[in-house]
Design a protein around this ligand. Structure first.
Ligand SMILES: [Zn+2]
Length: 376
């Protein structure tokens, strides 16, 4: 059973990111591990994070979503967790896959405010400082409450109204800069592009600093951060296959990203597992390359069969541009790159829904003994 639990924790680990361009929601691990009513289980369990990841995936109808988890440092020594869970959370903390804070305060709302992400919490809206964070009330869908539902939890927006698809953070103000923490080996604000554990991070993937009286501060070390220059530009892109958002990736100024059936280039995005039939034969191992230079995002065809670009996502043939090998196109804000019909790459916010009726669960490997979902 221990082996199976480790596999679930590994699956959850792949869904953790403090990169503002890739995370899809902000969560408080200390709160989630104590959702004991979900399974009538132990007082604390890290596996409950998997239920929240699944719930956010279902809410967004999207595959392979990632969450930005904030962890009060007391969780690292929480005696209600198993020693294995404590060890795993400490590793996530040291690798910067979760953000450790000295004291939670309003850090969840600060991260959500700076990144434009929704917050998942059971704290009622009346107890949140909505005066300092007006988006809590003004933007439906930004405050999501976990309630009992299929698979353990469903997320419901606390504020009713039309929900706009998230377009990702705007890199303005403190997010326009990189910050450096003087503490050695700081996983969040260490040397840009540094190696933490076995995780290398893109320099522009740095999480937002914590503001204390207007001073950027390290959330983990509470020390004042030094300005380390402008944040390198980056653009997030979304991959949709057969109407379902499968993954997201980031193109930075540090190098191109190749997308294809099975690209061999470092950092390539592999479409293979999602392709079938004609698409599988049509899409090349390396099919398109995205470059970000001088703030311009371009797509270059590197395939055998060519690529279409649908200008402004339009189905009209007059708006379709054909790229043949080595042709480059400057990507407009709503252009959709189509290596094959049904295989689409576009900017976030292009599609209102992720289109996944039943996103795959991170809990697939969970032993039934460790996680008894309370039937409702
Ligand atoms: Zn630090």
């Amino acid at each position: 059973m221990r082996f199976e639990v480790s596999k679930v924790l590994d699956a959850i680990e792949r869904r953790l990111s403090t990169d503002p361009a890739l995370a899809r929601g902000v969560v408080d691990l200390a709160e989630i591990i104590r959702y004991a009513d979900l399974d009538n289980g132990r007082p604390a369990s890290v596996l409950r994070l998997g239920l929240v990841v699944d719930a956010l995936a279902r809410y967004l109808a999207e595959e392979n979503i990632q969450v930005y988890a904030v962890v009060d440092r007391r969780v690292l020594s929480d005696a209600d967790l198993t020693s294995n869970e404590r060890m795993v959370v400490r590793r996530w903390a040291d690798d910067g896959q979760v953000e450790v804070v000295q004291k939670l305060g309003d850090r969840l709302l600060e991260v959500a405010g700076l990144t434009g992400l929704p917050v998942v919490t059971r704290v009622p809206v009346e107890r949140l400082p909505a005066a300092q964070h007006p988006w809590l009330l003004n933007e439906p869908g930004r405050l999501l409450a976990p309630v009992p539902g299929p698979g353990g939890i469903a997320l419901v927006p606390r504020v009713k109204g039309p929900v706009k698809p998230a377009t990702g953070p705007r890199y303005t103000g403190v997010l326009a800069r990189l910050w450096h923490c003087s503490e050695g080996n700081c996983p969040a604000f260490g040397e840009p592009g540094g190696l933490f554990g076995d995780v290398t991070r893109r320099p522009g993937a740095q999480p937002p600093p914590r503001m204390r009286q207007g001073v950027p501060t390290c959330p983990r070390h509470d020390s004042r951060l030094k300005d380390a220059g402008p944040r390198p530009p980056a653009e997030a892109l979304v991959v949709r296959v057969d109407g379902v958002v499968r993954t997201r990736f980031v193109v930075g100024a540090d190098g191109p990203v190749v997308v294809g059936r099975a690209p061999t280039e470092q950092g390539g995005v592999m479409l293979g597992p999602w392709l079938s039939g004609e698409a599988r034969r049509w899409v090349s191992r390396s099919h398109v390359r995205f470059d970000l230079r001088g703030g311009q995002l371009t797509v270059t065809d590197v395939s055998t069969n060519g690529t279409s670009v649908l200008r402004n996502g339009s189905d009209d043939e007059d708006d379709e541009i054909s790229l043949n090998r080595d042709d480059t196109h400057r990507l407009g804000p709503r252009d959709v790159v189509e290596p094959h019909p049904g295989v689409e790459i576009a900017r976030p916010g292009q599609w209102a829904s992720g289109g996944a009726v039943n996103p795959s669960s991170v809990m697939a490997e969970a032993p039934t003994m460790a996680m008894k979902i309370v039937p409702r």
